[in-house]
Design a protein around this ligand. Structure first.
Ligand code: GRF
Length: 202
């Protein structure tokens, strides 16, 4: 079985990256992680990748004059590594439109809320301020509109009376680690695809 060559894009600690790496260790998992790209040398996930023997590349956004040039450098690295699928996991940069169009249907993202509720940043603060009784996480196809691409999978958690953004984040993160490997698997094996702006399930 040829496994789908996948890159993971990160900016930080990389716990979702770790859950994806662990999942790809299964012999029958349909994707393999061939490259991890970070926009910061300080991203903790780089060490997780290196320990796992996965190629890493740092593309520091600050050295590029525009979003397009930054994305062009990422695109070049992806092509050089023959990547077919991208999983973003805590990657904190917004892409240019040409990049998202170029990778349309082949780029996923995870977000720590039940989208379309609470896009953007300070997600758990938003959820607590709204007083919702359940929250969760979403894996979706990444499109140019921020945190609003077609949904592939979601998981829910209860919001408890004494939750802080930190306690809620911890509960949601545990679900993220289960959800993302399953969602990536669905896409890699062609059981869900993006068609006319919708997620179509086989
Ligand atoms: C996760 O909560 C993810 O949903 C969000 O950023 C966080 C990244 O955490 N987009 P990690 O780097 O995977 O540990």
């Amino acid at each position: 079985m040829a496994r789908v060559r996948t890159a993971v894009l990160i900016s930080g600690r990389g716990s979702n990256l770790k859950s994806l790496i662990d999942a790809t260790r299964a012999r029958d998992y349909p994707a393999e992680i061939v490259l991890v790209i970070a926009n910061k040398e300080s991203a903790g996930g780089l060490d997780i990748a290196r320990t796992a023997g996965i190629a890493t590349k740092v593309v520091p956004h600050k050295i590029f004059a525009s979003r397009e040039e930054f994305d062009a450098a990422i695109d070049a690295a992806l092509r050089e590594a023959n990547v077919a699928l991208i999983a973003e996991a805590g990657f904190m940069r917004i892409h240019s439109e040409w990049f998202t169009r170029r990778w349309e249907g082949r780029i996923l993202n995870i977000h720590p809320s039940l989208l379309p509720a609470f896009p953007g940043v300070h997600v758990h603060e938003q959820a607590l301020a709204a007083g919702v009784k359940v929250s969760g996480c979403t894996v979706h196809f990444l499109t140019h509109a921020l945190d609003s691409g077609p949904i592939i999978a979601q998981a829910t958690v209860p919001v408890l009376p004494n939750d802080t953004p930190e306690t809620l984040a911890t509960r949601v993160l545990a679900e993220e680690h289960k959800l993302y490997p399953g969602a990536l698997k669905l896409v890699a094996e062609g059981k869900v695809r993006l068609e006319d702006g919708r997620a179509v399930f086989a």
